[in-house]
Design a protein around this ligand. Structure first.
Ligand SMILES: Nc1ncnc2c1ncn2[C@@H]1O[C@H](COP(=O)(O)OP(=O)(O)OP(=O)(O)O)[C@@H](O)[C@H]1O
Length: 622
């Protein structure tokens, strides 16, 4: 049977559902696996109701609504006339009152307008004697309220005309739809702008209150923004107030490393319009385009490679002045180009915290970071990081396209990477997290070239490999990080992480920030959490009884210099690598920090997150 849907609700989807239910009933009585669930679902009252609504809507869509009359108003007048002549009764009296009620008349008038499709305003005919050369003018009235007009002006270099340079997305001018980039201003509030400087026009605007009237000659071909909305992660920071090249400083959008920006307009090759996702309701602001930033980076690279660029440097933002009226966009420039674990510091000490416990937890070990610090391969490693993950030089992409990614239950868990200055508590937090649920959280088993000890097991404490094997892993970019200690190599491989992820567990590892780039791959989709020290006085208090591992001592108390060094290093890490941090946890109170870590790790797996667009096939974006 092939029932037709739509026109008759009896033959519609609810009818099909009834038939399916009858069929399922047979299986239900035979107790076929899964049928009960499906039966109950299809039988649920909400689904039945929803399908009925669907059928009604389908039926309604088929019907063509035709007005009974296009002159209800006239008909109503005629009825009132007839009622005049009929004997009076309370009902007739009431009907006359209703028909003569102004609201009812207005309703009938609106009905007739719709029925007659009489929507167009009647414009007076154009005079016959308009000269051919006459420019079509547009009168634009905008009511100025507290918000900026959201447009910038500039003077045409050749003609001296005052032109609308750009219309800012979300601003008053853009929302009115009446002003376009390229429109020529002729008058503002009745004052001709001919021969005026842009500043003088701005002054007229600043003086205006209430409604502002513009007389403009519309641009012949208004720009069309056909690009799709793009989201990017800022890999640099930008302060418009410190950028002398920005066409209009007040229209600039300051942003920090890691901010997610919605690019709303890329029409200008040099200056894009963007909003921060935290402020999507606001007016867009100007940001340098990818092309312009790369050009600046190249210039900076050649001029002063070791100095932070003047306006791309990590300084405190100067608060932006409230933007008021139109702004001058004088500096419009033309697009002129193409566009380890320490090797057992005390080998006889109990090495693995978890070794005596019910679960053996690989990776519960002393700080690997001391090993890294002492590594003779440090320099080589840095070079490898550059090669493997894209060099972290000044020439790296200033914006990274991102998409919203929601991990599906069938997807592997995301790798959790903990980053922080030495001594801040990265290992402690990792250890505590794994202890909470060792079946769910796990470290990757590292590789080493040192020989196995009697109590060790290959693949449990370490993967014991030859120097050649280790080096081949390094050169094939399968090592997330590695270092050398006492002549032996240690490192964590991508495959070791994958093994944990393949088991459906969450792999938690600590990395030096230079290693983040290597881990940032589609296969691992790392979620990077920065563990940050709190301020000195809090740290002095909370680390009173804590022990630190130094190059020379195990379990030494924290000194003020250690805490200061930790703070300084944290600052440097944030400045240099902040763009890669998905989450920041201040490790003051250990219990609080651990709770925050647990919640962040869960969010990373369960809630939508911004990730590089290259990690997600287009059809799986959330
Ligand atoms: N919030 C905290 N309050 C008190 N003590 C803490 C806190 N966090 C960590 N500690 C202690 O500080 C010491 C150093 O912590 P941990 O070894 O985890 O540091 P780390 O960041 O891994 O650095 P490294 O790799 O150099 O050892 C440990 O004794 C740890 O127990």
């Amino acid at each position: 049977m092939k029932p037709s849907t739509a026109t008759n609700p009896e033959n519609g989807l609810s009818q099909i559902l009834r038939l399916v239910l009858q069929e399922l009933n047979l299986f239900y009585s035979r107790d076929v696996n899964g049928v009960c669930l499906l039966y109950d679902l299809l039988h649920s009252p909400w689904l039945q109701a929803l399908l009925k609504v669907y059928d009604c809507l389908q039926e309604f869509k088929e019907k063509k609504l035709v007005p009974a009359t296009t002159h209800a108003q006239t008909l109503s007048c005629e009825v009132v006339g007839i009622l005049h002549e009929t004997p009076k009764s309370p009902e007739i009296q009431e009907l006359r009152q209703i028909l003569q009620d102004p609201h009812f008349k207005a309703l009938l008038s609106a009905h007739d307008t719709v029925a007659q499709k009489d929507f167009e305003p009647l414009l007076p005919p154009l005079p016959d004697n308009i000269p051919e050369s006459e420019e079509a003018m547009r009168i634009v009235c905008l009511v100025k309220n507290q918000q900026p007009l959201g447009a910038t002006i500039k003077r045409h270099e050749m003609t001296g005309d005052i032109l609308v340079a750009r219309v800012i997305h979300g601003g008053l001018a853009e929302r009115s739809g009446l002003l376009c980039a390229g429109d020529k201003l002729v008058e503002v509030n009745g004052v001709s702008v001919e021969g005026l400087e842009p500043e003088q026009v701005i002054h007229i605007l600043a003086m205006s209150r209430g409604t502002i009237m513009f007389k403009v000659v519309p641009v012949s071909a208004p720009p069309v923004n056909s690009q799709k909305m793009v989201y990017v992660r800022a890999m640099i920071e930008y302060w418009p107030q410190e950028d002398p090249t920005i066409p209009c400083m007040d229209a600039g959008l300051p942003f920090q490393k890691g901010d997610i920006l919605q690019i709303v307009d890329q029409n200008d090759a040099l200056w894009w319009q963007a909003r921060k996702i935290a402020d999507l309701g606001t007016c867009a602001g100007l940001i340098p385009s990818n092309h312009l930033l790369k050009r600046k980076q190249r210039e900076f690279w050649w001029s002063q490679p070791y100095q932070p660029h003047a306006h791309l440097k990590p300084t405190i933002s100067i608060s932006m002045e409230e933007e008021d009226d139109m702004k001058i966009d004088e500096k419009c420039v033309e697009a002129d180009e193409e566009t380890f674990e320490s090797e057992e510091l005390s080998e006889d000490k109990e090495e693995f915290v978890g070794s005596g416990q019910k679960f053996f937890i690989a990776g519960f070990r002393r700080s690997m970071r001391l090993c890294r610090r002492k590594s003779h391969l440090g320099q080589l490693r840095a070079a490898e990081v550059c090669k493997a993950g894209g060099c972290l030089s000044a020439l790296a992409a200033p914006y990274e396209e991102v998409v919203r990614y929601q991990r599906r239950p069938s997807d592997k868990n995301r790798l959790i990477v903990l980053v922080g200055p030495s001594g801040v508590g990265v290992n402690e937090l990792r250890r505590q997290l794994i202890e909470l649920n060792p079946n769910h959280f796990q470290s990757a088993v590292p590789h080493t070239t040192r020989s196995k000890k009697s109590y060790e097991m290959d693949g449990r404490e370490y993967h014991y490999v030859s120097k050649e094997t280790f080096e081949s892993l390094v050169y094939s970019h399968r090592m997330l990080e590695y270092g050398e200690y006492k002549g032996h190599l240690y490192g964590t491989s991508v495959d070791a992480v994958q093994t944990v992820l393949d088991e459906g567990k969450i792999c938690v590892m600590d990395l030096e920030p230079q290693g983040i780039q290597v881990a940032r791959t589609q296969e691992l989709k790392p979620y990077v959490i920065f563990i940050k020290p709190s301020n000195m006085s809090c740290m002095k208090q909370s680390r009173k009884n804590a022990k630190i591992i130094t190059d020379y001592f195990v379990d030494m108390k924290f000194k003020d210099e250690d805490l200061q060094e930790m703070e300084d290093l944290a600052q440097k890490m944030e400045t240099q690598f902040g763009q890669f941090f998905d989450h920041v946890i201040v490790n003051d109170n250990l219990q609080d920090a651990c709770a925050q870590l647990l919640s962040a790790v869960q969010k990373a797996q369960e809630e939508p997150q911004w990730v590089p667009a290259t990690w997600v096939p287009p059809d799986t974006e959330s």
